[in-house]
Design a protein around this ligand. Structure first.
Ligand SMILES: [Zn+2]
Length: 161
């Protein structure tokens, strides 16, 4: 918990106190930025997805010369996990920023990734967003519930009505 700005965890977006596990998850996401393939945007993103059983699957953004083929770090991690048989998740950490610098400011999942996560994750699924200082040191965690980032969402249950 050292180095984490607890004041940032008292706002309406903070549903949980940051646990050691979330700090570790955030560090994994920050490390995964180094694997990013982002020659077009120059924006490197890393993600680390935590299963309910405690396993972690990582991902990075992978761009393409045909831009629309690009996939985000969150979906890379999610699809790796689902393809390995995982179905139940408790949290994901996402870190993004210019490839030639530290993650820096807040980087939340895009709308497509929020919907992709919604397929497998409940409303209390935690989205952990690390913020770093200019040296790349973790300085703050913002933690959102998926339901907060994708309110009134459409999911698998809605097809049964
Ligand atoms: Zn995305």
């Amino acid at each position: 918990m050292i180095g984490i700005d607890m004041k940032a965890l008292t706002g309406e977006t903070a549903l949980w106190l940051a646990s050691e596990r979330y700090v570790e998850l955030a560090q994994r996401a920050l490390e995964m930025r180094e694997s990013s393939y982002c020659p077009y945007s120059g924006f490197a993103v890393g993600a680390a997805l935590l299963t309910e059983e405690g396993r972690v699957y990582t991902g990075c953004n992978i761009e393409n010369a045909a831009y629309s083929v690009t996939v985000c770090a969150e979906r890379t991690a999610l699809f790796k996990a689902v393809s390995e048989g995982e179905r139940r998740f408790s949290a994901i950490a996402v870190a993004g920023g210019k490839a030639d610098g530290p993650a820096g400011g807040l980087c939340t999942p895009c709308g497509v990734c929020r919907q992709a996560l919604r397929e497998f994750c409940g409303p209390d699924f935690a989205v952990v967003c690390p913020i770093t200082d200019e040296k790349g040191t973790l300085s703050e965690l913002r933690i959102y519930a998926l339901d907060e980032l994708l309110p009134d969402s459409f999911g698998p249950d809605d097809l049964g009505r």
